[in-house]
Design a protein around this ligand. Sequence first.
Ligand SMILES: Nc1ncnc2c1ncn2[C@@H]1O[C@H](COP(=O)(O)OP(=O)(O)OP(=O)(O)O)[C@@H](O)[C@H]1O
Length: 229
Amino acid sequence: MSLLELEQVQASYGPSQALFGVDLDVAEGEVVALMGRNGMGKSSTIKVISRLLKHKSGSVKLEGRDIGSLAPHKAARAGLGLVPEGRRCFANLTVRENLIAAARSGHWDMARVTALFPRLEERQDQLSSSLSGGEQQMLAIGRALMTNPRLLMLDEATEGLAPVVRQEIWAAVRTLKSETGLALLVVDKSLAELRQIADRAVILERGISVWRGDMAALDHEIADKFLGV
Ligand SMILES: Nc1ncnc2c1ncn2[C@@H]1O[C@H](COP(=O)(O)OP(=O)(O)OP(=O)(O)O)[C@@H](O)[C@H]1O
């Protein structure tokens, strides 16, 4: 059974429909890249999974259980960890307070998160608003890990960061994959990085899953056709 499974999901923002038929699944321990050009529905799909956007048809299942009627905080409790686009943390809390506020019991605790991101340990007493963009992103990932998710979703986790910081984030994501086997759903513009980390990919075009397959099968022709790279 898949850990997460979406079938023919449709969703709208008021009168404006964004998703027209999203099929996607993530197995336990698997890394899936969710890809597509700008505005094709990647963030909306992540929002549907996190229950921040309600779908109007189709199904969203976590371990075979329909989670379509869960409130967002219950989705988090059910094991869906989200690092949203724009890395939202509590600006008026310190790094440590941000992490503690998210904590739920399990493998991930302060010690493990700060071992993954040593910079967070160095900055633990600083307000999160005083962190650099890269450090804020590390904190956003750390917060999501502190919830001890079954599935971690990263929406554009490296966007707008300097190349050296992006590498630090990717290194941490690779560690998550190799050392913890956490299931990941990753949205990112870097095909090169996704190729290194993802087992499979799902490509969206105008809110529809138009290609699903092993990352190794995503050749130049497919990338050119659907991603324009
Ligand atoms: N809050 C909103 N209200 C209305 N329409 C929205 C809203 N958010 C997204 N949309 C629309 O839904 C469609 C899908 O957007 P979405 O952000 O999911 O795409 P995306 O693939 O994540 O794009 P990007 O790579 O640019 O982040 C787009 O047409 C977008 O304009």
